[in-house]
Design a protein around this ligand. Structure first.
Ligand code: B12
Ligand code: SF4
Length: 504
């Protein structure tokens, strides 16, 4: 189940659900599992409820990302309306970290904390065949007296190759997602889980970390190169996908793994395979010098996303992001630009830190442009439940007592956290201005060259950006002619509209 707010937003498949379904199917093949991908099936709340009434599921499950937490509550209410006996299970990045809310107004009967496959399967087995739920590690649920019962942390799966292949067959084909103009015909894939760093705002290392005494520790695990190539082969040959999005928080942690994997992919001689990944700056140089990065590009790497976040050492310290500095950042971007011009360089920055001022953010803007990425995004910091930043923000009162019901605002484009020098409204204006001004930074020769680049990704991306820029400018001019001076059209998510089928 995956109700959404906007058709254009959710253009990738929820891989976690395919992994959970595969694990459950492996241990209980007779359980009937349905994955409903509302955006793809254009299924609104009305038809979803009708389906549930007809189908009478025994269990309805949903994960979440903060922005859609309120949607998961609505889903669980709908499920209970359709079948009062239905058991609701929540998992993923947010719900298990706010158990009082999730097991109360959030409408969950059970929460699966962290990595889900084994805990979820054991939960279903125990509910089905009987047994003591308090011995199933990784669960949170309400005890008889109404208090939250936490069954403790489930150790992480040691060997990710032991996982069954994601249940690809349960997913409807998604290539027709129009909003995915940049990522047509793509499918998510993971090489591993977790990360080596501990960035305070990031839920990737906490979700797949090892928890002890209520605190996460970073853990990084990978599948074997053979296993990942096998997944790609099935998706490519059997399902016809040629574009992969590696969901790993950091693709370039281990050059030896990457080298071996690249050799295997190259030996397959697949035509027109492309992939997108998230990278770190500090390990770039090593891979580049070893010749591994060149091989990654040969395998079809066409989009390099890096969270630069900030410029100064103090800001990196605040975010708990380690081993980043301006020299290596400049060197990496310059090498990418010169040595791998076919790869689109996408840089994201975090704004809205407690000490941010307009001047500080102006400097950050100039720094971002000086790195010459192809794509710059300034995102306002959003503390996510379960991350160290969330605890810090609550302790410091930075969230102004925002409760879970306000979590729908936590989508990284709108400020939710107080700063010492800028009001929320001022921060919103600064964020909009910074994202808008990015367009003027692209009035340069490189852009013209990129529009006719031989690289499909580069050409496609620049054509897309020029079209967005033109549309934005036209809107701006139209607004100015009508005497409207404030400009908010780059507040991307806010501008998204609910699809017409949303309530149907
Ligand atoms: C692909 C992706 C997207 C895609 C698709 C989302 C999807 N549903 O798959 C798109 C591009 C749409 C997207 C958008 C956003 N995303 Co996103 N996204 C990811 C990404 C890169 C991969 C997710 C994935 O497939 N992981 C691999 C699978 C196998 O693992 P998994 O999802 O964690 O699932 C496992 C467990 O978590 C658990 N589990 C998960 N769900 C459930 C449900 C149940 C019932 C159970 C029992 C267990 C369970 O079991 C699974 C198997 O072990 C993650 C980062 C990451 N590497 O995980 C960020 C991430 C999930 N996104 C994040 C954010 C912030 C967003 C946005 C808000 C960003 C924005 N400004 O728009 C939006 C929100 C949109 C939305 N729909 O909610 C944050 C979430 C933080 C948080 N606490 O909520 C993450 C963690 C990135 C980060 N650095 O912090 N995202
Ligand atoms: S390096 Fe990236 S994936 Fe790793 S903890 Fe930091 S933000 Fe998360």
């Amino acid at each position: 189940m995956w109700p959404i707010l906007s058709e254009a937003d959710n253009f990738l498949i929820p891989l976690g659900y395919l992994c959970l379904a595969a694990a459950l199917r492996e241990s209980m093949p007779d359980v009937e599992i349905k994955l409903i991908d509302c955006p793809v099936q254009k299924m609104g709340w009305g038809s979803l409820e009708a389906l549930m009434r007809e189908w009478q599921p025994d269990m309805v499950c949903a994960g979440d990302e903060a922005i859609y937490v309120h949607e998961s509550a609505k889903l669980f209410r709908t499920a209970k309306r359709a079948n009062p006996e239905c058991i609701t299970v929540g998992g993923g990045f947010t719900l298990p970290h706010v158990p009082e809310w999730s097991l109360g107004p959030g409408g969950c009967d059970y929460l699966v904390f962290g990595e889900g496959e084994i805990t979820f399967t054991e939960l279903v087995t125990t509910l089905r065949y009987g047994g003591d739920l308090s011995t199933v590690a990784g669960l949170r649920y309400l005890d008889k007296d109404g208090s939250v019962l936490d069954t403790g942390f489930r150790p992480l799966i040691k060997n990710l190759d032991d996982l069954p292949l994601p249940a690809y067959d349960l997913m409807p084909r998604i290539s027709h997602r129009k909003g995915a103009s940049l990522f047509q015909n793509s499918f998510n894939i993971e090489k591993g889980r977790g990360c080596i760093d501990t960035c305070s705002f990031c839920a990737i290392w906490t979700q797949m970390g090892a928890w002890k005494n209520g605190k996460p520790r970073p853990r990084y695990r990978v599948k074997s190169p053979e296993r990942v190539v096998r997944e790609m082969e099935i998706l490519h040959r059997q399902y016809g996908y040629d574009n992969f999005m590696f969901v790993d928080g950091t693709f370039n942690i281990d050059p030896v793994w990457n080298n071996e994997w690249a050799d295997q992919v190259i030996s397959k001689k697949w035509k027109d395979i492309a992939w997108y990944g998230f990278f770190r700056a500090d390990s770039y140089e090593r891979e580049h010098k070893m010749g591994v990065f060149k091989k990654l590009v040969q395998t079809g790497l066409h989009w390099y996303l890096i969270g630069v976040e900030r410029e100064t050492a103090e800001d990196y310290a605040f975010l708990s992001k380690h081993n980043y500095d301006t020299n290596s950042m400049h060197a990496m971007f310059e090498s990418l630009r010169v040595d791998y011009p076919q790869v689109v360089r996408h840089a994201t920055f975090i704004i809205g830190l407690p000490d941010d001022t307009r001047e500080k953010l102006d400097r950050l803007f100039d720094y971002a442009v000086s790195l010459r990425p192809d794509f710059i995004a300034f995102q306002t910091i959003s503390p996510e439940p379960g991350t160290p930043l969330w605890n810090q923000a609550i302790a410091e009162g930075w969230l102004e007592d925002k409760g879970m019901d306000e979590l729908k605002e936590f989508y990284w484009w709108q400020p939710v956290m107080k700063t010492n020098h800028l009001s929320m409204q001022e921060m919103l204006e600064v964020a909009n201005t910074m994202n808008r001004n990015v367009f003027s930074a692209y009035v340069r020769w490189d852009t013209v060259r990129s529009l006719v680049s031989r690289s499909r990704a580069r050409r496609g991306y620049y054509q897309f950006m020029v079209a967005v820029g033109a549309k934005t400018m036209a809107q701006h001019m139209y607004d100015s002619m009508r005497g409207k001076t404030s400009f908010s059209h780059l507040n991307v998510i806010k501008d998204m509209v609910k699809p017409h089928w949303y309530d149907l």
